[in-house]
Design a protein around this ligand. Structure first.
Ligand code: HEC
Length: 197
């Protein structure tokens, strides 16, 4: 009898302890004290919670060794050549990303009258205008990286590799929208509507 009582009470005690443990644990993990970026701290000699990098630290990001890859420009200005290898995969990736991130405003053929513009957003210049056709590939990378006028920067949303893929695709898109039948390899010409061959 006594034994059963002890068992019951210890079971209840265990459950109570467990529920305290679970609830306390959840709250603490969610709401633990931590420094916010740039917060002051009396703990460090310079009163800043930001710690300086240890001397000799090297970023694993590619741009640490190749800044033009990250910025879209070198000492001669905006890059006119891609700093990555041009492949079909790169263009297909660029097409996919362009259609997701840029087409809502710039439209699928980059004419600047995408669905958001049709709903009242300011209209960007068509990428088929001579000024923008002549713009080097680094110009598009730079606009995405730094933003352009009323257009916000995409640096935090699109990784550098994808920004280059989109830039390469824009150049291909400009070419495709202005191409003549003679620009298409002979064996594919008959695929196009109105082709004479
Ligand atoms: C929400 C709408 C919107 C989206 C999405 C958008 N843009 Fe823009 N973009 C604009 C507007 C508006 C301008 C013109 C801004 C101005 O002149 O103040 C512009 C300007 C530009 C320019 C400069 C054109 C010039 O006249 O020199 C480039 C290049 C560009 N965008 C590229 C892109 C790329 C690449 C993407 C996708 C990663 C993108 N934009 C996504 C609205 C957008």
């Amino acid at each position: 009898m006594n034994l059963v009582f002890i068992k019951k009470s210890s079971l209840i005690g265990l459950l109570i302890a467990l529920s305290f443990f679970i609830s306390a644990c959840g709250a603490n993990m969610f709401d633990q004290p931590k420094f916010q970026v740039n917060e002051a701290s009396p703990y460090f000699a310079n009163q800043s919670s930001n710690r300086e990098l240890i001397a000799g630290t090297v970023s694993r990001e590619r741009g640490a060794l190749d800044s033009s890859f990250l910025t879209g420009q070198d000492d001669n200005g905006m890059l006119s050549e891609l700093p990555v290898t041009l492949t079909k995969e790169l263009l297909l990736r660029g097409q996919e990303r362009f259609n997701i991130y840029c087409a809502p405003c710039h439209n699928y053929t980059a004419t600047g009258d995408g669905i958001i513009v049709q709903k009242g957003m300011p209209q960007p210049t068509s990428f088929l205008e001579p000024r923008l056709v002549a713009a080097p590939v680094g110009y598009y990378y730079g606009a995405m990286t730094n933003g352009f006028g009323r257009m916000f920067s995409y640096a935090s949303r699109i990784q550098p590799e994808d920004r280059w893929a989109i830039s390469a695709y824009i150049k291909a898109l400009q070419f495709s929208q202005r191409a003549n039948l003679e620009d298409i390899p002979a064996e594919f010409r008959s695929n196009f509507k109105g082709a004479s061959e």
